[in-house]
Design a protein around this ligand. Structure first.
Ligand SMILES: Nc1ncnc2c1ncn2[C@@H]1O[C@H](COP(=O)(O)OP(=O)(O)OP(=O)(O)O)[C@@H](O)[C@H]1O
Length: 264
């Protein structure tokens, strides 16, 4: 395995408004440290890709951003969202997840109707008005680019959807809560190229309303959809910059080796 200089990290800062900022984030699974001193500013209304080889810490870091590591790891450092450190145990995790939603690698619709998948969380939060629920179903499915395909079958089981449709339903289910930030952990890795293209198109359309942070192994996908890219290696972020820069003129050898496939 090649050795890279972990001190040589190049984290660009931008003037854009920030959606979420991490300061000195370290993550420990028991005694094993998986994330080291990550300081990243995520620009608002843009897509940031987290790239890096398997085990480099992308998912662990992503999960810190809406407290999904609470029961499995110790997370140190500050994660600032709207002037609040959401890593503080005093902060209500359910409130955090209302603002910062997550979509997982495998589409995981509930064994309910398409409509009920979208309204489930809304009803839990006390929204009962039928008209409002119907409006939210339509607008969320439209935003997730699924409405045209399912509008005549809203009361059919979500389990009858294809993998790509189910993943767009999971996106609709998340955005129906009107979050600020959408986290996606390899959302297209289980999908065929056509479904993947639809997800990518959907994400590009969503970034006018949401800040999106996506973990991907797929370099073409990172270069197609993202505005910014963070390169993870052994739990460190070695380089963060505009995606166009990372993919054309990376500043360090490790990034160049990773994106050109000459890494390990
Ligand atoms: N639940 C867990 N318990 C203990 N160690 C874990 C756990 N999850 C991840 N790790 C360790 O943390 C490190 C980072 O893993 P993580 O899954 O975050 O990397 P990744 O870059 O997302 O990898 P992949 O691309 O394969 O999903 C690895 O050493 C992994 O073994």
């Amino acid at each position: 395995m090649k050795k890279y200089n972990l001190d040589e990290n190049l984290i660009a800062k931008f003037d854009n408004e920030k959606a979420i900022v991490t300061n000195s984030v370290d993550v420990f699974y028991g005694n094993h440290q998986s994330i080291f001193n990550v300081n990243l500013d995520f620009p608002r209304f843009s897509i940031t890709a987290l790239i890096g080889s398997s085990g480099s810490g992308k998912s662990t870091f992503l999960r810190c951003l809406n407290r999904m590591n609470d029961s499995i790891a110790n997370v140190d450092g500050n994660i600032m969202y709207r002037d609040v450190d959401i890593n503080s145990k005093k902060v209500n995790v359910y409130e955090v997840r209302k603002q910062i939603g997550m979509v997982f690698q495998r589409p995981n619709p509930f064994a309910k109707t398409i409509r009920d998948n979208v309204t489930f969380a809304l009803k839990k939060h006390g929204i009962k008005d039928k008209e409002e629920l119907n409006e939210r179903v339509e607008s969320s499915l439209k935003e997730a680019a699924l409405w045209d395909e399912v509008k005549d079958n809203l009361d059919k089981s979500a389990l009858s959807l294809s993998g790509g449709q189910a993943q767009r339903l999971c996106i609709a289910r998340t955005i129906t809560m009107k979050p600020d930030i959408l986290l996606l952990d390899e959302p297209a890795s289980a999908l065929d190229p056509i479904s993947t293209a639809k997800i990518e198109e959907t994400l590009k359309n969503l970034k006018s309303k949401y800040t999106i942070i996506i973990v991907t192994h797929n370099m073409q996908q990172a270069s197609r959809v993202s505005d910014y890219t963070a390169f993870f290696h052994s739990g460190h972020v070695l380089e963060f910059d505009k995606t166009a820069k990372i993919f054309t003129t990376p500043k360090i050898q490790a990034t160049e080796d990773y994106i050109s496939g000459d890494f390990g």
